[in-house]
Ligand binder design. Structure first.
Ligand code: NAD
Length: 540
């Protein structure tokens, strides 16, 4: 990683005037081509992002104004018509190429993701793999998901029904900072394949990764204006909701409610992937050799800043002490680090705010009587926002971390006497995003899963197989969201159905018009007979 040096005159509009260029960690040569992709008229100032590993200024990104959002959505709408008119295989060619390019150029984006979010390289790679997987799945399945379908009509052979899927138009995506590449592209890929344009508003801290995604889409052959990035915070996100035809939001439940309310006023669709307080149950018959490393990943991937992260560890009392005897030392052995390489297990929290939230939850629980089995310390020796992976026991019910999402490397232990109690504990939350069950009896785990109120349940894994199954709908019940990403549901969210229904009998003289011309009660008697016959013939 090199320190930035003085920018030349051409870069003047991307350099924060309050800081000399040499202050930034990222070189202007890396930043300039990316920030040129922001839709901005350069009147809204700049955002200074930070390198979470050290707290140093990372880059200055020009912001978009509300008028820029209007311009971006107008240009996207204009471009969308021609894009939707292309044969699907031509749109698919672009997205297929995107999946190839993201693997080829992974070292660039791995650096950027790590520098913007502070995560470890292994966790950054999961984003690269996710996008390659998403592209492959949707490119292969789009034809099936978008295919017209025939349905039975009002009067069987006399009515022909075809249902078509049409793109909604412009999809607005509003993303948080925790998965800068995944959340820029995972809903973009199905939206573009379905014939939509996309305008993305990333979190201000992770805009460069989103801009890199924009560069990659252009290299893959996406025509201009079909994918635009607007930069800014709450006001720009809110403005975007006012101009798009569907909004796909990932973030907190609090913000999700506001976006849903505005989408409701505008009568546009909204898919909302919100917070979670995800339980992970280790049943009495779990294979602890597999469970210990699996639960480590479930709780501490991305330093716990993962919507599917497990924050509640529900242990069957028969294995609880044996599990903890192995789990706690394994947590203590996790390595924290700042390297742009694969040496560290766990990276940094993203910001001072996030550190305050995580430390606040732990301190509150300890003050109310909880015990820390490991962790519970700010690791400022590694970097300003590092927090030690933490396991809490005896967390009282009035502690904030009992019910609120911590979104950090903190998990609280609860012991249960059996599966029924485990289900009750797992469901004791207003969230319903994700759950994990560990048992050697997969059939039993599936039966338990059917009683858990979450959008996904994974058996003998933390989250990877659930997220990585691009065909499996993923999203939240209860306060964890509305709608689903992945699979057929992702395409359905950004398309509208149109039913084209044709009356066929005219040529044969057996149309509804001909029937009604018979007058009196004849049409009713004929139709009564037809309806009875259709029921007897079990017609749908
Ligand atoms: P946040 O809700 O504060 O912000 C998310 C995004 O929304 C940001 O881009 C922000 O600028 C924008 N935004 C904020 N207020 C807005 C408004 N009124 N109108 C339009 N846009 C607005 O969330 P955060 O703190 O940045 O992210 C962490 C949260 O995201 C956690 O609660 C986590 O659970 C959730 N999350 C969920 C998933 C999932 O798939 N379910 C994935 C990742 C993160």
């Amino acid at each position: 990683m090199a320190t930035a040096h003085e920018g030349d005159g051409a870069l003047g509009d991307v350099i924060d005037p309050e800081l000399p260029a040499s202050t930034y960690v990222l070189e202007p040569e890396i930043v300039a081509p990316l920030v040129r992709r922001v839709v901005t008229s350069h009147g809204a100032g700049t955002h200074r992002s930070e390198l979470p590993f050290t707290g140093a200024p990372l880059a200055a990104v020009p912001l978009s104004s509300p008028q820029d959002v209007v311009g971006a959505t107008r240009a996207a709408r204009a471009a969308q018509h021609d894009w939707a008119a292309l044969p699907l295989r031509e749109r698919a060619r672009v997205l297929d190429r995107l999946g190839v390019l993201v693997l080829e150029r992974q070292s660039e984006i791995l650096d950027l993701i790590q520098m913007e979010s502070g995560k470890s390289r292994r966790n950054a790679f999961e984003e690269v793999a996710d996008i390659a997987q998403t592209c492959r799945h949707f490119v292969r399945r789009a034809e099936r998901y978008l295919a017209d379908r025939r349905e039975p009509g009002a009067l069987s052979v006399l009515t022909g029904v075809r249902v078509h899927r049409r793109p909604v138009g412009v999809v607005g995506i509003i993303a948080p900072w925790n998965f800068p590449l995944t959340l820029a592209l995972s809903e973009t890929v199905p939206a573009l394949l379905a014939g939509n344009a996309v305008v993305l508003k990333p979190d201000p801290q992770t805009t460069l990764s989103a801009l890199w995604a924009s560069e990659l889409l252009a290299e893959a052959g996406l025509p201009d204006d079909l994918f635009a990035v607007v930069a800014g915070g709450v006001d720009i996100g809110a403005e975007l909701v006012d101009h798009v035809d569907h909004v796909a939001f990932t973030g907190s439940t609090e913000t999700g409610r506001k976006i849903a309310a505005r989408a409701g006023e505008r009568l546009i669709g909204a898919t909302l992937e919100l917070g979670g307080k995800n339980p992970l149950y280790v049943a009495a018959d779990a294979d602890l050799d597999r469970a210990v490393p699996g639960v480590l990943r479930a709780c501490f991937t991305n330093a716990g800043q993962l919507c599917m992260s497990s924050e509640r560890l529900v242990l069957h009392e028969r294995i609880a002490e044996r599990f903890l005897e192995r789990f706690v030392p394994a947590v203590r052995a996790l390595t924290l680090g700042t390297g742009l390489d694969y040496t560290a297990d766990v990276g940094s929290l993203v910001s001072a705010d996030q550190l305050e939230r995580v430390a606040g939850h732990v301190d509150d629980a300890l003050a109310k009587g909880a015990r820390a089995l490991v962790g519970a310390v700010h690791r400022s020796d590694v970097g300003p926002y590092f927090y030690a992976p933490t396991v809490l026991d005896d967390v009282p019910d009035d502690a904030a971390c009992r019910h609120e999402e911590t979104f950090g490397p903190v998990v609280a232990v609860t012991r249960v006497g059996g599966d029924d109690e485990a289900v009750r504990v797992m469901n004791d939350t207003h969230f319903g995003l994700h759950a994990s069950i560990w048992s050697t009896d997969v059939a039993r785990a599936r039966r338990l899963a059917a009683r858990v109120e979450t959008g996904t349940v994974v058996v003998n894994d933390g989250y990877l197989h659930a997220w990585g199954s691009a065909a499996a709908p993923m999203g939240g019940m209860k306060a964890s969201g509305l709608g689903r990403r992945h699979g057929r549901e992702a395409i359905e969210a950004v398309t509208e159905t149109q039913s084209v229904v044709a009356q066929r009998g005219h040529g044969l003289g057996i149309s509804v018009d001909a029937l009604y011309e018979l007058g009196g009660d004849v049409p009713s008697r004929v139709l009564t007979g037809a309806l009875r016959a259709m029921r007897r013939l079990r017609m749908p």
